[in-house]
Design a protein around this ligand. Structure first.
Ligand code: SIN
Length: 489
Protein backbone atom coordinates (compact mmCIF):
# COMPACT_ATOMS: atom_id res chain seq x y z
CA UNK A 1 0.00 0.00 0.00
CA UNK A 2 1.42 3.40 -1.00
CA UNK A 3 1.68 5.69 2.02
CA UNK A 4 0.09 9.13 1.90
CA UNK A 5 2.91 11.69 1.67
CA UNK A 6 3.17 13.65 4.92
CA UNK A 7 4.08 17.11 3.53
CA UNK A 8 4.96 18.21 7.05
CA UNK A 9 6.58 16.77 10.18
CA UNK A 10 3.35 15.02 11.13
CA UNK A 11 0.48 13.31 9.33
CA UNK A 12 -2.02 14.68 11.84
CA UNK A 13 -3.69 16.73 9.12
CA UNK A 14 -4.82 13.57 7.35
CA UNK A 15 -7.58 12.96 9.89
CA UNK A 16 -8.44 16.47 11.01
CA UNK A 17 -10.10 19.58 9.63
CA UNK A 18 -8.56 23.01 9.45
CA UNK A 19 -10.55 25.70 11.26
CA UNK A 20 -9.26 29.08 12.38
CA UNK A 21 -5.65 27.90 12.06
CA UNK A 22 -6.27 24.82 14.27
CA UNK A 23 -6.31 21.16 13.23
CA UNK A 24 -9.62 19.96 14.62
CA UNK A 25 -10.44 16.28 15.27
CA UNK A 26 -13.77 14.49 14.95
CA UNK A 27 -16.12 14.38 17.90
CA UNK A 28 -16.03 10.75 19.09
CA UNK A 29 -15.79 8.32 16.23
CA UNK A 30 -17.75 10.41 13.77
CA UNK A 31 -15.50 9.97 10.77
CA UNK A 32 -15.66 9.49 7.02
CA UNK A 33 -13.58 6.84 5.33
CA UNK A 34 -11.43 7.92 2.38
CA UNK A 35 -10.98 5.07 -0.08
CA UNK A 36 -8.54 4.53 -2.93
CA UNK A 37 -10.72 3.89 -6.02
CA UNK A 38 -7.93 1.91 -7.67
CA UNK A 39 -8.07 -0.91 -5.12
CA UNK A 40 -10.72 -0.18 -2.50
CA UNK A 41 -8.19 0.27 0.32
CA UNK A 42 -8.95 2.71 3.13
CA UNK A 43 -6.55 5.64 3.07
CA UNK A 44 -7.68 7.79 6.00
CA UNK A 45 -10.58 8.74 8.24
CA UNK A 46 -11.53 12.41 8.19
CA UNK A 47 -13.95 14.07 10.61
CA UNK A 48 -17.65 13.92 9.97
CA UNK A 49 -18.19 17.36 11.43
CA UNK A 50 -21.26 18.28 13.38
CA UNK A 51 -23.23 21.31 12.22
CA UNK A 52 -21.97 23.13 15.31
CA UNK A 53 -18.35 22.52 14.23
CA UNK A 54 -19.17 23.65 10.70
CA UNK A 55 -20.66 26.81 12.11
CA UNK A 56 -17.50 27.38 14.17
CA UNK A 57 -15.58 27.49 10.90
CA UNK A 58 -17.87 30.27 9.66
CA UNK A 59 -17.29 32.19 12.88
CA UNK A 60 -13.52 31.76 12.48
CA UNK A 61 -13.75 33.07 8.91
CA UNK A 62 -15.87 36.00 10.08
CA UNK A 63 -13.33 36.88 12.77
CA UNK A 64 -10.50 36.81 10.23
CA UNK A 65 -12.33 38.86 7.61
CA UNK A 66 -11.79 42.43 8.84
CA UNK A 67 -8.05 42.07 9.21
CA UNK A 68 -7.70 40.29 5.87
CA UNK A 69 -9.73 42.82 3.89
CA UNK A 70 -7.75 45.66 5.48
CA UNK A 71 -4.43 44.31 4.27
CA UNK A 72 -3.06 45.84 1.12
CA UNK A 73 -3.63 43.92 -2.10
CA UNK A 74 0.14 43.60 -2.39
CA UNK A 75 0.33 41.87 0.96
CA UNK A 76 -2.51 39.51 0.11
CA UNK A 77 -0.88 38.87 -3.26
CA UNK A 78 2.50 38.12 -1.65
CA UNK A 79 0.95 35.52 0.69
CA UNK A 80 -0.90 33.90 -2.20
CA UNK A 81 2.35 33.83 -4.16
CA UNK A 82 4.05 32.03 -1.27
CA UNK A 83 1.22 29.48 -1.23
CA UNK A 84 1.67 28.98 -4.98
CA UNK A 85 5.41 28.42 -4.55
CA UNK A 86 4.80 25.81 -1.86
CA UNK A 87 2.34 24.00 -4.12
CA UNK A 88 4.99 23.78 -6.80
CA UNK A 89 7.63 22.69 -4.28
CA UNK A 90 5.37 19.84 -3.14
CA UNK A 91 3.81 19.06 -6.50
CA UNK A 92 4.92 15.43 -6.65
CA UNK A 93 3.54 14.69 -3.19
CA UNK A 94 0.32 16.56 -3.90
CA UNK A 95 -0.07 14.56 -7.11
CA UNK A 96 0.41 11.30 -5.23
CA UNK A 97 -2.19 12.30 -2.65
CA UNK A 98 -4.60 13.13 -5.46
CA UNK A 99 -4.07 9.89 -7.37
CA UNK A 100 -4.46 7.87 -4.17
CA UNK A 101 -7.84 9.35 -3.30
CA UNK A 102 -9.23 10.19 -6.74
CA UNK A 103 -7.66 7.55 -8.96
CA UNK A 104 -6.58 9.75 -11.88
CA UNK A 105 -3.27 8.89 -13.57
CA UNK A 106 -0.31 10.38 -11.73
CA UNK A 107 0.78 12.47 -14.73
CA UNK A 108 -2.71 13.98 -14.84
CA UNK A 109 -2.64 14.64 -11.11
CA UNK A 110 0.62 16.46 -11.57
CA UNK A 111 -0.89 18.48 -14.40
CA UNK A 112 -3.84 19.30 -12.15
CA UNK A 113 -1.52 20.51 -9.38
CA UNK A 114 0.19 22.77 -11.89
CA UNK A 115 -3.23 23.99 -13.07
CA UNK A 116 -4.43 24.46 -9.47
CA UNK A 117 -1.30 26.39 -8.55
CA UNK A 118 -1.71 28.58 -11.65
CA UNK A 119 -4.99 29.94 -10.19
CA UNK A 120 -3.19 31.00 -7.02
CA UNK A 121 -0.42 32.59 -9.07
CA UNK A 122 -2.93 34.38 -11.30
CA UNK A 123 -5.00 35.73 -8.42
CA UNK A 124 -1.87 36.76 -6.50
CA UNK A 125 -1.40 39.24 -9.34
CA UNK A 126 -5.08 40.04 -9.80
CA UNK A 127 -5.29 41.12 -6.15
CA UNK A 128 -3.50 44.29 -7.25
CA UNK A 129 -5.96 44.95 -10.06
CA UNK A 130 -9.20 45.43 -8.17
CA UNK A 131 -9.83 48.64 -10.09
CA UNK A 132 -13.03 50.61 -9.84
CA UNK A 133 -14.41 53.39 -12.04
CA UNK A 134 -14.46 57.15 -11.91
CA UNK A 135 -17.74 58.05 -13.59
CA UNK A 136 -17.99 61.31 -15.54
CA UNK A 137 -20.41 63.40 -13.48
CA UNK A 138 -23.16 65.46 -15.11
CA UNK A 139 -23.19 67.95 -12.22
CA UNK A 140 -19.93 69.91 -11.85
CA UNK A 141 -19.97 69.79 -8.04
CA UNK A 142 -20.07 65.99 -7.91
CA UNK A 143 -17.52 63.22 -8.13
CA UNK A 144 -18.89 59.76 -8.86
CA UNK A 145 -17.01 56.60 -8.01
CA UNK A 146 -17.76 52.90 -8.25
CA UNK A 147 -15.43 50.84 -6.08
CA UNK A 148 -15.28 47.07 -5.65
CA UNK A 149 -15.27 45.74 -2.09
CA UNK A 150 -14.87 42.18 -0.79
CA UNK A 151 -18.29 40.63 -0.46
CA UNK A 152 -17.46 39.00 2.90
CA UNK A 153 -17.18 35.47 4.24
CA UNK A 154 -17.37 33.09 1.29
CA UNK A 155 -17.91 29.35 1.17
CA UNK A 156 -17.06 26.78 -1.48
CA UNK A 157 -18.47 23.32 -2.05
CA UNK A 158 -16.14 21.47 -4.37
CA UNK A 159 -16.26 18.20 -6.33
CA UNK A 160 -14.18 15.02 -6.39
CA UNK A 161 -13.16 15.09 -10.04
CA UNK A 162 -10.67 17.96 -9.70
CA UNK A 163 -9.86 17.88 -5.98
CA UNK A 164 -7.28 20.69 -6.04
CA UNK A 165 -8.04 22.99 -8.98
CA UNK A 166 -11.71 23.47 -8.12
CA UNK A 167 -10.61 24.72 -4.71
CA UNK A 168 -7.83 27.05 -5.80
CA UNK A 169 -9.83 28.75 -8.51
CA UNK A 170 -12.42 29.70 -5.91
CA UNK A 171 -10.09 30.33 -2.97
CA UNK A 172 -7.51 32.23 -5.05
CA UNK A 173 -10.19 34.64 -6.26
CA UNK A 174 -11.83 34.99 -2.85
CA UNK A 175 -8.63 35.64 -0.94
CA UNK A 176 -7.31 38.04 -3.58
CA UNK A 177 -10.55 40.04 -3.32
CA UNK A 178 -10.13 40.26 0.47
CA UNK A 179 -12.69 37.61 1.46
CA UNK A 180 -12.08 34.81 3.94
CA UNK A 181 -13.27 31.35 2.92
CA UNK A 182 -14.51 28.02 4.24
CA UNK A 183 -14.14 25.12 1.83
CA UNK A 184 -16.14 21.91 2.03
CA UNK A 185 -14.46 19.42 -0.34
CA UNK A 186 -16.14 16.29 -1.62
CA UNK A 187 -16.27 13.54 1.01
CA UNK A 188 -14.60 11.30 -1.60
CA UNK A 189 -11.47 13.46 -1.95
CA UNK A 190 -10.85 15.54 1.18
CA UNK A 191 -7.11 14.83 1.47
CA UNK A 192 -6.07 17.10 -1.40
CA UNK A 193 -8.03 19.93 0.23
CA UNK A 194 -6.45 19.32 3.63
CA UNK A 195 -3.02 19.15 2.00
CA UNK A 196 -3.68 22.58 0.45
CA UNK A 197 -4.56 23.84 3.93
CA UNK A 198 -1.23 22.55 5.28
CA UNK A 199 0.55 24.61 2.65
CA UNK A 200 -1.67 27.67 3.17
CA UNK A 201 -0.75 27.56 6.84
CA UNK A 202 2.94 27.21 6.01
CA UNK A 203 2.67 30.11 3.56
CA UNK A 204 1.49 32.34 6.39
CA UNK A 205 -2.12 32.85 5.26
CA UNK A 206 -3.58 34.19 8.55
CA UNK A 207 -5.65 31.91 10.76
CA UNK A 208 -9.30 31.79 9.76
CA UNK A 209 -8.77 33.19 6.26
CA UNK A 210 -8.74 29.75 4.64
CA UNK A 211 -10.56 26.88 6.37
CA UNK A 212 -11.30 23.32 5.25
CA UNK A 213 -14.10 21.30 6.78
CA UNK A 214 -15.26 17.76 6.04
CA UNK A 215 -18.59 16.11 6.57
CA UNK A 216 -21.91 15.34 4.97
CA UNK A 217 -22.71 17.64 2.06
CA UNK A 218 -26.36 18.03 3.01
CA UNK A 219 -25.56 18.97 6.63
CA UNK A 220 -22.84 21.42 5.77
CA UNK A 221 -24.78 22.85 2.83
CA UNK A 222 -27.58 23.59 5.27
CA UNK A 223 -25.22 25.36 7.68
CA UNK A 224 -23.73 27.41 4.84
CA UNK A 225 -27.01 28.49 3.34
CA UNK A 226 -28.79 29.21 6.62
CA UNK A 227 -26.01 31.33 8.06
CA UNK A 228 -26.18 35.09 7.84
CA UNK A 229 -22.37 35.11 8.15
CA UNK A 230 -22.06 33.69 4.62
CA UNK A 231 -22.24 36.30 1.87
CA UNK A 232 -21.20 34.19 -1.08
CA UNK A 233 -21.45 30.53 -2.04
CA UNK A 234 -19.59 28.96 -4.93
CA UNK A 235 -20.50 25.43 -5.94
CA UNK A 236 -19.15 23.05 -8.56
CA UNK A 237 -21.20 19.89 -9.04
CA UNK A 238 -24.46 18.60 -10.43
CA UNK A 239 -27.26 20.77 -11.75
CA UNK A 240 -29.68 19.06 -9.37
CA UNK A 241 -27.65 19.98 -6.27
CA UNK A 242 -26.98 23.46 -7.67
CA UNK A 243 -30.72 24.11 -7.96
CA UNK A 244 -31.25 22.88 -4.42
CA UNK A 245 -28.51 25.15 -3.03
CA UNK A 246 -29.90 28.09 -4.94
CA UNK A 247 -33.31 27.54 -3.34
CA UNK A 248 -31.68 27.19 0.07
CA UNK A 249 -29.78 30.46 -0.44
CA UNK A 250 -32.94 32.39 -1.29
CA UNK A 251 -33.91 33.46 2.27
CA UNK A 252 -30.48 35.01 2.93
CA UNK A 253 -29.96 36.15 -0.69
CA UNK A 254 -26.37 34.95 -0.72
CA UNK A 255 -24.40 35.75 -3.83
CA UNK A 256 -23.95 32.58 -5.89
CA UNK A 257 -21.70 31.05 -8.52
CA UNK A 258 -22.77 27.70 -9.90
CA UNK A 259 -20.55 25.61 -12.15
CA UNK A 260 -22.84 22.73 -12.98
CA UNK A 261 -23.10 19.83 -15.36
CA UNK A 262 -22.36 19.89 -19.05
CA UNK A 263 -23.30 17.94 -22.16
CA UNK A 264 -20.71 19.20 -24.61
CA UNK A 265 -20.94 18.60 -28.34
CA UNK A 266 -17.77 17.78 -30.29
CA UNK A 267 -18.22 18.43 -34.01
CA UNK A 268 -15.84 17.18 -36.69
CA UNK A 269 -16.45 18.78 -40.09
CA UNK A 270 -15.28 17.05 -43.26
CA UNK A 271 -12.59 19.68 -43.90
CA UNK A 272 -11.00 19.19 -40.44
CA UNK A 273 -7.54 17.87 -39.76
CA UNK A 274 -8.71 14.45 -38.57
CA UNK A 275 -5.54 13.64 -36.65
CA UNK A 276 -5.85 16.91 -34.76
CA UNK A 277 -9.49 16.06 -34.02
CA UNK A 278 -8.44 12.64 -32.69
CA UNK A 279 -5.92 14.33 -30.40
CA UNK A 280 -8.69 16.68 -29.32
CA UNK A 281 -10.91 13.73 -28.37
CA UNK A 282 -8.12 12.26 -26.26
CA UNK A 283 -7.41 15.59 -24.55
CA UNK A 284 -11.03 16.51 -23.91
CA UNK A 285 -12.81 13.19 -23.48
CA UNK A 286 -10.14 11.03 -21.88
CA UNK A 287 -8.93 13.61 -19.36
CA UNK A 288 -9.70 12.06 -15.98
CA UNK A 289 -11.15 9.10 -17.92
CA UNK A 290 -14.09 11.24 -19.01
CA UNK A 291 -14.98 12.39 -15.49
CA UNK A 292 -14.80 16.07 -16.39
CA UNK A 293 -17.71 18.52 -16.68
CA UNK A 294 -16.30 19.91 -19.92
CA UNK A 295 -15.74 16.48 -21.48
CA UNK A 296 -17.52 16.14 -24.81
CA UNK A 297 -20.55 13.90 -24.51
CA UNK A 298 -22.16 14.04 -27.95
CA UNK A 299 -19.85 13.45 -30.91
CA UNK A 300 -21.05 14.70 -34.30
CA UNK A 301 -19.00 13.71 -37.34
CA UNK A 302 -19.73 14.72 -40.95
CA UNK A 303 -20.88 11.59 -42.72
CA UNK A 304 -18.29 11.73 -45.51
CA UNK A 305 -15.37 11.41 -43.05
CA UNK A 306 -16.98 9.28 -40.38
CA UNK A 307 -15.41 5.95 -41.37
CA UNK A 308 -11.95 7.48 -41.65
CA UNK A 309 -12.30 9.36 -38.37
CA UNK A 310 -13.49 6.25 -36.49
CA UNK A 311 -10.63 4.23 -37.91
CA UNK A 312 -8.03 6.81 -36.77
CA UNK A 313 -9.72 7.33 -33.42
CA UNK A 314 -9.93 3.64 -32.51
CA UNK A 315 -6.28 3.18 -33.53
CA UNK A 316 -5.18 6.01 -31.23
CA UNK A 317 -7.40 4.90 -28.34
CA UNK A 318 -6.05 1.35 -28.54
CA UNK A 319 -2.68 2.79 -27.50
CA UNK A 320 -4.00 4.20 -24.21
CA UNK A 321 -2.87 2.20 -21.20
CA UNK A 322 -5.57 1.30 -18.68
CA UNK A 323 -4.66 0.60 -15.05
CA UNK A 324 -3.83 1.93 -11.59
CA UNK A 325 -3.13 5.66 -11.79
CA UNK A 326 0.12 5.23 -9.87
CA UNK A 327 1.49 2.81 -12.50
CA UNK A 328 3.91 4.31 -14.98
CA UNK A 329 2.30 5.33 -18.27
CA UNK A 330 -1.33 4.68 -17.29
CA UNK A 331 -3.73 7.05 -19.07
CA UNK A 332 -7.16 5.58 -18.29
CA UNK A 333 -7.92 4.78 -14.66
CA UNK A 334 -10.59 3.48 -12.30
CA UNK A 335 -13.77 5.52 -12.17
CA UNK A 336 -14.45 7.07 -8.79
CA UNK A 337 -16.91 4.40 -7.60
CA UNK A 338 -19.47 1.72 -8.56
CA UNK A 339 -22.18 4.30 -9.15
CA UNK A 340 -20.05 6.01 -11.78
CA UNK A 341 -19.44 2.72 -13.54
CA UNK A 342 -23.14 1.83 -13.42
CA UNK A 343 -24.02 5.04 -15.21
CA UNK A 344 -21.60 4.39 -18.08
CA UNK A 345 -22.93 0.83 -18.33
CA UNK A 346 -26.51 2.09 -18.41
CA UNK A 347 -25.66 4.48 -21.27
CA UNK A 348 -23.80 1.71 -23.11
CA UNK A 349 -26.65 -0.81 -22.75
CA UNK A 350 -29.27 1.72 -23.73
CA UNK A 351 -27.34 2.87 -26.81
CA UNK A 352 -26.82 -0.70 -28.00
CA UNK A 353 -30.46 -1.57 -27.37
CA UNK A 354 -31.44 1.42 -29.51
CA UNK A 355 -29.27 0.46 -32.48
CA UNK A 356 -25.77 1.82 -31.77
CA UNK A 357 -22.86 -0.20 -33.10
CA UNK A 358 -19.86 -0.94 -30.87
CA UNK A 359 -16.68 -0.17 -32.84
CA UNK A 360 -14.36 -0.63 -29.87
CA UNK A 361 -14.44 -1.67 -26.22
CA UNK A 362 -16.38 -3.96 -23.94
CA UNK A 363 -19.43 -3.67 -21.76
CA UNK A 364 -18.48 -1.63 -18.64
CA UNK A 365 -17.95 -3.97 -15.70
CA UNK A 366 -15.76 -6.46 -17.53
CA UNK A 367 -12.54 -5.07 -15.99
CA UNK A 368 -11.67 -5.05 -12.29
CA UNK A 369 -11.71 -1.99 -10.00
CA UNK A 370 -14.23 0.06 -11.97
CA UNK A 371 -11.88 0.45 -14.92
CA UNK A 372 -13.28 0.85 -18.41
CA UNK A 373 -11.13 0.66 -21.52
CA UNK A 374 -12.11 3.22 -24.20
CA UNK A 375 -15.44 2.53 -25.88
CA UNK A 376 -16.47 3.89 -29.28
CA UNK A 377 -20.04 3.59 -30.52
CA UNK A 378 -21.43 4.74 -33.87
CA UNK A 379 -25.01 5.11 -35.14
CA UNK A 380 -25.91 6.99 -32.00
CA UNK A 381 -29.03 9.14 -31.97
CA UNK A 382 -30.87 11.83 -29.99
CA UNK A 383 -33.20 9.32 -28.32
CA UNK A 384 -30.43 7.60 -26.40
CA UNK A 385 -29.87 8.31 -22.72
CA UNK A 386 -26.35 9.68 -23.20
CA UNK A 387 -27.83 12.46 -25.37
CA UNK A 388 -29.73 13.82 -22.39
CA UNK A 389 -27.24 13.33 -19.52
CA UNK A 390 -23.47 13.40 -19.25
CA UNK A 391 -21.90 9.95 -19.22
CA UNK A 392 -18.85 10.94 -17.14
CA UNK A 393 -16.79 8.05 -18.42
CA UNK A 394 -14.62 6.94 -21.36
CA UNK A 395 -17.46 6.27 -23.80
CA UNK A 396 -17.49 8.05 -27.18
CA UNK A 397 -20.87 7.90 -28.94
CA UNK A 398 -20.90 9.26 -32.49
CA UNK A 399 -23.77 10.50 -34.62
CA UNK A 400 -23.17 11.34 -38.28
CA UNK A 401 -24.47 14.59 -39.83
CA UNK A 402 -24.77 15.97 -43.35
CA UNK A 403 -24.76 19.78 -43.13
CA UNK A 404 -23.43 22.55 -40.91
CA UNK A 405 -26.97 23.61 -40.15
CA UNK A 406 -27.87 20.11 -39.00
CA UNK A 407 -24.69 19.85 -36.89
CA UNK A 408 -25.53 23.10 -35.12
CA UNK A 409 -29.12 22.10 -34.46
CA UNK A 410 -27.92 18.81 -32.96
CA UNK A 411 -25.14 20.48 -30.96
CA UNK A 412 -27.56 22.99 -29.43
CA UNK A 413 -30.17 20.33 -28.70
CA UNK A 414 -29.57 20.49 -24.93
CA UNK A 415 -30.47 22.63 -21.96
CA UNK A 416 -26.85 22.53 -20.81
CA UNK A 417 -24.28 25.01 -22.05
CA UNK A 418 -20.88 24.56 -20.49
CA UNK A 419 -18.32 23.68 -23.19
CA UNK A 420 -18.46 22.88 -26.89
CA UNK A 421 -15.83 21.90 -29.45
CA UNK A 422 -15.51 21.85 -33.22
CA UNK A 423 -12.88 21.04 -35.79
CA UNK A 424 -12.71 22.66 -39.22
CA UNK A 425 -10.19 24.20 -41.62
CA UNK A 426 -12.59 26.90 -42.80
CA UNK A 427 -11.92 30.38 -41.38
CA UNK A 428 -15.44 31.59 -42.05
CA UNK A 429 -16.94 28.51 -40.42
CA UNK A 430 -14.77 29.15 -37.34
CA UNK A 431 -16.54 32.49 -36.89
CA UNK A 432 -20.04 31.24 -37.79
CA UNK A 433 -20.00 28.15 -35.63
CA UNK A 434 -18.29 29.84 -32.64
CA UNK A 435 -21.09 32.40 -32.65
CA UNK A 436 -23.87 29.87 -33.08
CA UNK A 437 -22.87 27.36 -30.40
CA UNK A 438 -24.86 27.94 -27.22
CA UNK A 439 -22.24 27.37 -24.53
CA UNK A 440 -20.06 29.33 -22.15
CA UNK A 441 -16.86 28.00 -23.71
CA UNK A 442 -15.88 26.95 -27.23
CA UNK A 443 -12.81 24.98 -28.28
CA UNK A 444 -11.93 25.60 -31.93
CA UNK A 445 -9.57 22.93 -33.25
CA UNK A 446 -8.54 22.51 -29.59
CA UNK A 447 -9.55 19.99 -26.96
CA UNK A 448 -7.61 21.38 -23.96
CA UNK A 449 -9.33 24.70 -23.29
CA UNK A 450 -8.89 25.24 -19.54
CA UNK A 451 -6.62 28.02 -18.41
CA UNK A 452 -6.29 29.99 -15.19
CA UNK A 453 -6.26 33.22 -17.19
CA UNK A 454 -9.55 32.55 -18.99
CA UNK A 455 -13.14 32.81 -17.72
CA UNK A 456 -14.53 29.33 -17.04
CA UNK A 457 -18.28 28.86 -16.76
CA UNK A 458 -21.53 27.99 -18.44
CA UNK A 459 -24.98 29.18 -19.39
CA UNK A 460 -28.49 27.83 -18.95
CA UNK A 461 -28.60 24.58 -16.89
CA UNK A 462 -24.79 24.60 -16.66
CA UNK A 463 -25.02 27.46 -14.19
CA UNK A 464 -23.69 30.98 -13.97
CA UNK A 465 -20.71 32.95 -12.75
CA UNK A 466 -17.18 32.79 -14.07
CA UNK A 467 -14.06 31.39 -12.45
CA UNK A 468 -10.48 32.28 -13.36
CA UNK A 469 -9.55 35.11 -15.68
CA UNK A 470 -10.15 38.79 -14.99
CA UNK A 471 -13.76 37.94 -14.20
CA UNK A 472 -13.04 35.44 -11.40
CA UNK A 473 -12.27 37.94 -8.64
CA UNK A 474 -15.40 39.99 -9.38
CA UNK A 475 -17.53 37.09 -8.18
CA UNK A 476 -16.20 37.83 -4.69
CA UNK A 477 -16.74 41.58 -4.80
CA UNK A 478 -19.69 43.87 -4.46
CA UNK A 479 -19.69 47.28 -6.08
CA UNK A 480 -20.12 50.41 -4.02
CA UNK A 481 -21.21 53.59 -5.77
CA UNK A 482 -20.08 56.81 -4.06
CA UNK A 483 -21.63 60.13 -5.02
CA UNK A 484 -19.47 62.87 -3.52
CA UNK A 485 -20.31 66.54 -3.41
CA UNK A 486 -17.09 68.56 -3.69
CA UNK A 487 -18.63 72.04 -3.14
CA UNK A 488 -18.52 72.34 0.62
CA UNK A 489 -15.50 70.14 1.41
C1 SIN B 1 -14.52 20.39 -14.81
O1 SIN B 1 -15.13 20.72 -15.79
O2 SIN B 1 -14.85 19.43 -14.18
C2 SIN B 1 -13.30 21.20 -14.46
C3 SIN B 1 -12.34 21.06 -15.54
C4 SIN B 1 -11.45 22.23 -15.77
O3 SIN B 1 -11.38 23.18 -15.01
O4 SIN B 1 -10.78 22.18 -16.79
Amino acid sequence: MTAIPQLTHTNLWQNRCYIGGQWVAAVGDNTLEVVNPANGETLAQVPLLTQKQANAALVAAEQAFDDWRARSPNERGALLRRWYELMLKHKDDLATIMTLEQGKPWAESKAEIQYAAAFIDWFAEEAKRGFGDVIPATKPHQQLLAIPEPVGVSVAITPWNFPAAMITRKAGAALAAGCSMVVKPSALTPLSALALAVLAQEAGIPDGVFNVITGKSADIGEVFTQSTIVKKLSFTGSTEVGRHLMAQCAPNLQKLSLELGGNAPFIVFADADLDLAVQGVIAAKFRNSGQTCISPNRFLVEVSVQAEFVQRLTKALAELKVGDGLEEGVQVCSLINDKALDKVRRHYDDALAQGARCEMGQRPGSLANNRIAPIVLTQANEHMQFWQEETFGPLVAIKAFNTEEQALALANDTHYGLASYFYTASASRVVRVSRALQAGMVGVNEGAISNAMAPFGGIDQSGFGREGGRQGMREYQSLKYICQSIDNG
